[in-house]
Design a protein around this ligand. Structure first.
Ligand SMILES: *Cc1c(COP(=O)(O)O)cnc(C)c1O
Length: 362
């Protein structure tokens, strides 16, 4: 069987998104015959020795890559997407009559706020909604009596990224769906980190949740089992049938990242890709960036054509070059180049070349 995709496109989709080629190949192999077991990864029991080993490795690689070994953290691979974490976090951390503090930096942050509000008092410490989320709010204060603070490290839709995180005497919960494992951070600043797999780690269907165990069990609530982080930890991320294949593919991506040199190595590559593209956005008189320069995301670069009349020509040139997934989210318009970990710099060069060529074409 030919498992090599000779029609490979330059995939700029925001999620589900590009993954390393070797992850596609190993996943394809495992669908046919997993670990020489004579069984497909799609049909094996999640309780089988081979799959328990996959889950264990995926969990420990996540902790290792984030530099959180021996610091009291546990990694879980849950279902329900990052969106389910919007309600799991309040359920596990908000006290009866307590309150939570949220930073409103984009659509996903505001979706998280909506869920928290349905649960208890929710204070928005700052919002950039009024300027259509083109910057990340700064200089806010978090009420000292909040049960936790929630932020979104990378705003996938608007192309902004938090560069600084506050130091607080309360648990910090961070939605890192679209930039986890992409840059060096002191991850021990955070008490809960969650990320849907499909932005930088694997196929849709699994969510990585990394939790500092000591913050759990303190809000005095009865938590439904499936929403209870402590129950998932106790069951070693197998409280119910986990998303077997997404966990396997995520493990392969984490192995790939470790072999590459981990987060410090990928950060260098991500910086080089982002520098290359933003330099062209700023140089080329036909384009402008959508987000304020100081808050630009290294993962999702949003930009616009100055003259919408060039849209059809540019779109045709993108298609011709094999570039897909570039149209921006409907709330921003224009274009969004999602340059996740697996996106090669060669693909970014192809995009830059098309942008440059447009100048000669109009
Ligand atoms: C995509 C995304 C989500 C939603 O993820 P689902 O897995 O679809 O629930 C949440 N937060 C951010 C930052 C995202 O990019």
């Amino acid at each position: 069987m030919d498992i090599i995709n000779t029609m490979k496109k330059h995939n700029y989709s925001a999620g589900p998104c590009i993954l390393p080629q070797e992850v596609f190949e190993k996943s394809a192999q495992a669908i046919l015959n997993f670990n020489n077991s004579g069984l497909s990864i799609l049909e094996i029991s999640h309780r089988s020795k081979d799959f328990v080993a996959v889950m264990d490795e995926a969990r420990s690689l996540a902790i290792e890559l984030l530099g959180l070994e021996d610091k009291g953290y546990q990694a879980l691979f849950l279902a329900g997407g990052a969106s389910l974490e919007f309600i799991m976090a309040p359920y596990n951390l908000m006290k009866e009559g307590g309150k939570a503090a949220y930073l409103d930096s984009g659509t996903w942050a505001s979706a998280a706020i909506k869920e928290a509000k349905s649960f208890g008092e929710t204070v928005i410490v700052a919002s950039s909604k009024d300027d259509n989320y083109t910057h990340v709010p700064k200089g806010y204060t978090v009420p000292a009596d909040a049960d936790y603070f929630h932020c979104t490290s990378n705003n996938t839709i608007f192309g902004t990224q938090m560069k600084e995180f506050p130091n607080l005497d309360m648990p910090i919960v961070c939605d890192m769906s679209s930039d986890i494992f992409s840059r060096v951070l002191d991850f021990s600043k955070f008490d809960i980190i969650y990320a849907g797999a499909q932005k930088n780690m694997g196929p849709a269907g699994a969510t990585l949740v990394v939790i500092k165990e000591e913050i759990l069990g303190k809000n005095g609530r009865v938590i439904p089992s499936m929403l209870d982080y402590a129950k998932h930890i106790k069951a070693e991320s197998m409280y119910n049938t986990p998303p077997v294949f997404p966990v396997y593919a995520s493990m392969l991506t984490l192995q790939w990242l470790k072999n590459l040199g981990g987060i410090p190595a990928i950060e260098k590559i991500n910086n080089a890709k982002a520098t290359l593209l933003y330099a062209e956005i700023d140089r080329n008189p036909l384009f402008k960036g959508a987000a304020v320069v100081e808050d630009r995301s290294n993962m999702n670069a949003t930009f616009l054509l100055n003259d919408p009349l060039h849209t059809d020509t540019f779109n045709a040139m993108l298609k011709e070059a094999g570039i897909i997934g570039l149209p921006g989210h409907r709330s921003v318009g224009g274009y969004r180049a999602s340059m996740y970990n697996a996106m090669p710099i060669e693909s970014v060069q192809v995009l830059v070349d098309v942008m440059t060529a447009l100048e000669g074409n109009v």
